[in-house]
Design a protein around this ligand. Sequence first.
Ligand code: ZN
Ligand code: ZN
Length: 329
Amino acid sequence: MLAVRFYGIRDVRIEDVPIPAHGPEEVLIKVKYGGICGSDLHIFKKGMFVGSTPVVMGHEFSGIIEKVGSKVKDLSPGDYVVGDPRVPCNKCKWCQEGLYHLCPELGFIGEVSPGCFAEYLAMDAKKLFKIPSPIDFKVATLVEPLAVALHIVQYAHLSPNETIGIVGAGPIGLLALLVAQMITKDITVIDISPFRLSKAKLIGANKVLQEFPLDPSEKVDVVIEVTGSKETLNKSLEWINPGGRLVLGGIYENKVQLDPNNIIFKEIKLTGINAYNTEDIKKAIELVSNNYINVEVIITDILPLSEAVKGFELLIAAVKKPIKILLEA
Ligand SMILES: [Zn+2]
Ligand SMILES: [Zn+2]
């Protein structure tokens, strides 16, 4: 089968590898689509998160079950599925409580075990969720990033009369916009890309800006920062009203300097977000399968698996034209 394998920084090869064997408690999935995530780009650019190489990349997917292991009860060939790609240690106190996103050893498929940028994927049956048929597999592939957005918005504790700023109009920022709109309409989105801002406007952002506003009257109560860059972190702290909240959902590739007095004098509450919990995945499946929110709007490109590297290059370019790129397996 065709697979996208990471060998090292900017060294990703499309290779023909054997279809993975599945154990008695696992299933073999025919992957339909894999979504390129920001973390795949951190791997491509910096080699972050990866255990041993080469490893098949990718953790966002939808697919159809091809075969089930002898001990698998609740799934059958032909079922449509999405998965929980988290690979926790299953031993620490957080794992014992089901809080896998807090596991200090947390990894993901596509990083510490084979991922979904391949024609087939073998996975523990307990990590899979059936999705209704018929469903658009492209939309189902967005369940995982939507779970991240749900986790972000939940931890932002938004209320309807608050003003919200979202910094970064990539997939997670736009999905957070879609989710946050269910609570409040006063949302400003900041991004350097006019194309991404046009999407934010289309989705329903109240205001879109290429730069942080200077007028104090334009400060917001809550900022959701999903770019993971030094400049926007400091500007976000300045943008927040006294008593406001900052939610960080982007991964930083470098250490950053910030002015803690901005946090202290305004008593800003700062929350970090790491992935999602199992409930977020279930909620995301419910939203997507009932068409409660139009997540499809963020999909801009569909490439064959063989063009995965082109997809990575497009997404790390200085001027990002695409938003969500799916790889068709
Ligand atoms: Zn992801
Ligand atoms: Zn753990």
